[in-house]
Design a protein around this ligand. Structure first.
Ligand code: AGP
Length: 611
């Protein structure tokens, strides 16, 4: 949720840390802070974004070769200067940043208060830091030992980075449940919530696992478990270019990522879809094809936009593979005590691969014997490493908090998985398989055509930007697209919006309809077309303003709707990959028209690493 950065080496630490925090700001932007070791410990922190901290500390002594930095998404304690990280210990000799939640912090706080500790903030982090200092003092031990002992008493999720005034050059780090990557340079080391803060300095990284502790010095990296046993770091090479995490001339990452979709969908197909050979090659699926095609049921577990991709996959897998599918909100699945049988197949869908609700849900299912198949975008992420098998979506780094290109890539991967299982299972014949192959092969070009509607959609956004509410409606494959369109608008424009199966309207929500309510219909030509036309008439009969996403040349709906956005004809299974794009652009331009920070919407974070 929060972004953490650390550096120790010959460079000036402050500029490395500040640049890294800006790259991680999509993870949370309630407050920012740095701690620098140079003789003593200097801590600078402030409510607000990284630039606000930079401006506030111009002229301060920022010289140091070892430091840590944090950008916050508030959990315990409102966004404020005093709740900002880094926190200093009671003695002032230790500084710590934290990403995660310490669930038993009230109990630890009580113990410390009874020993005379007082607290400058409302955070769980300051409590853990003083708990560590108390152990260090009591046990007369070093910081590393104190951290190890303390973490054995902690319940919750954490990545913590600590500095000790008496141990210049060293950063102590530990992880459980939240992501931590360490970058290896020549005589220097970088630490981050993901690889983006270190990408311009090194491609050699170590992904730290749960219950691991790192002792990081300029020219040494030691990994240990909480049992104080050394672990050999597994160094991996990053396959991302710096340009991938730059805006590339676009005003916002969100717009850049929307316009990247023809290429990211192509990248997702590349090396997998062989139109000449008439095949789909996905090693992750092939390695588990027996379990997949013989599955009694498939459960898809995810959150937010990834859950919407799962919902579309339910329609596709049931249609093509004739296997019953259940789509689960990970947070509910985790605590609902679901019935899981040995060998059950769970598909975990996640862009970041770090969403705590999804991670803990599949950990639980795996313990009960389920096979976990991950559909993930971030390479090396926790869900990818926990999965028994899987498929990456190859959409590249997604920086905008609102998921766009990762969603369409998820649809492509889930569609290919369904096609491959169905073909192997014989629930579709060669002719249907080839038809779907061709349809999939054409999607990148068709997405390019959709993006040509950019200016028309910008005008529509200007027309409807002052609406108080929106409704999004669709049927069949387009119902989850309506949900996704509504979510994008909520996230980016803060306008209340609801997505519904169009036929559900008559059972209540139609009461909301009047001349001031824009109703967005996802109405591309499909087996539900006649039905959706009637639903549009019902809305028009109540003077609702209809904006319809239609298939090119659809005169019927064009004559009925107030505004239309046309997308190229496509098989109904593929159409969501196209009809989603105008909804992404509509949300984007309404957000821009309202002068909102579309890349970093209020109260949100890109990767929700706390439950
Ligand atoms: C989508 O725009 C949001 N950022 C959010 O709903 C997101 O989809 C959700 O948090 C799941 O994230 P994941 O795909 O990284 O697991």
């Amino acid at each position: 949720m929060c972004g953490i950065v650390g550096y120790t080496g010959p460079r000036e630490a402050y500029p490395v840390i500040i640049k890294g925090l800006k790259r991680l700001e999509y993870r949370g932007y309630d407050s920012t802070g740095v701690a620098l070791l140079n003789g003593g410990l200097k801590v600078y922190k402030k409510k607000g974004k990284v630039v606000e901290l930079e401006e506030a500390i111009v002229g301060k002594d920022l010289h140091s070769h070892t430091g840590i930095g944090h950008t916050r998404w508030a959990t315990h304690g409102e966004p404020s200067d005093r709740n900002a990280h880094p926190h200093s210990s009671a003695s002032g000799k230790l500084a710590m940043i934290h990403n995660g939640i310490i669930e038993n912090y009230t109990q630890l706080k009580k113990e410390l208060s009874s020993k005379g500790y007082s607290f400058k903030s409302d955070t769980d982090t300051e409590v853990l830091l003083n708990f560590i200092e108390e152990i260090k003092k009591n046990n007369q031990c070093g910081l590393e030992e104190a951290v190890r002992v303390a973490l054995k008493r902690v319940v919750g999720a954490y990545v913590i980075l600590l500095l000790d005034q008496d141990d210049p050059g060293t950063i102590i780090a530990a992880r459980k449940g939240s992501p931590l990557v360490i970058g290896i340079g020549k005589g220097e080391h970088f630490l981050g919530s993901d690889a983006s803060p270190m990408l311009e300095y090194t491609k050699e990284v170590v992904y730290v696992n749960d219950y691991e502790l790192a002792i990081v010095k300029p020219d040494e990296l030691v990994l240990k478990n909480l049992g104080n046993e050394k672990i050999t770091p597994y160094v991996q090479k990053l396959d991302i270019e710096l340009a991938a995490i730059e805006k590339g001339g676009y005003d916002h990452f969100m717009l850049k990522e929307i316009f990247e979709q023809p290429q990211t969908i192509f990248d997702c197909l590349r090396g997998r879809l062989d139109i000449m050979g008439g095949t789909i090659t996905m090693a992750g699926v092939q390695n588990h094809i027996t379990q997949l095609k013989n599955a009694n049921r498939i459960m898809i577990v995810a959150c937010g936009t990834s859950w919407h991709a799962g919902l579309i996959a339910e329609y596709i897998i049931e249609e093509l593979c004739r296997i019953p599918v259940e789509v689960e909100y990970a947070s509910e699945f985790r605590y609902r005590n679901p019935v899981i049988h040995k060998g059950d197949v769970i598909i975990a869908v996640s862009q970041s691969g770090e969403t705590a609700d999804t991670l803990v849900a599949i950990e639980k299912a795996k313990d009960q014997g389920a096979i976990i198949f991950g559909v993930v975008n971030v390479v090396g992420s926790s869900i990818a490493r926990l999965s028994d098998s899987g498929a990456y979506t190859h959409a590249g780094p997604e920086i905008g908090v609102a998921s766009t290109k990762a969603f369409t890539a998820q649809l492509v991967v889930l569609t290919m998985i369904a096609m491959k299982i169905a073909y192997e299972k014989g629930t579709i014949n060669q002719e249907r398989f080839n038809h779907l192959l061709n349809e999939l092969h054409e999607i990148p070009n068709k997405a390019e055509i959709v993006l040509k509607q950019n200016d028309a959609i910008k005008k529509l956004a200007e027309k409807y930007k002052d609406a108080r509410d929106f409704l999004y409606l669709g049927r069949g494959y387009n119902f989850p697209v309506a949900l996704e369109g509504a979510l994008k608008l909520k996230e980016i424009s803060y306008i209340h919006a609801e997505g519904y199966p169009a036929a559900e309207m008559k059972h209540g929500p139609i009461a909301l309809v009047d001349e001031s309510l824009p109703v967005v219909f996802v109405a591309t030509r499909d087996s539900y077309h006649e039905k959706i036309v009637s639903n549009i008439q019902e809305i028009k009969a109540r003077k609702g303003k209809v904006i319809a996403i239609i298939t090119e040349g659809d005169e019927t709906i064009t004559d009925m709707a107030d505004d239309t956005i046309a997308v190229p004809e496509a098989d109904e299974i593929m159409a969501p990959m196209l009809s989603t794009i105008p909804l992404q652009l509509l949300a984007y331009y309404i957000g821009v028209a309202k002068n909102l920070d579309v890349d970093k919407p209020r109260n949100l974070a890109k990767s929700v690493t706390v439950e």
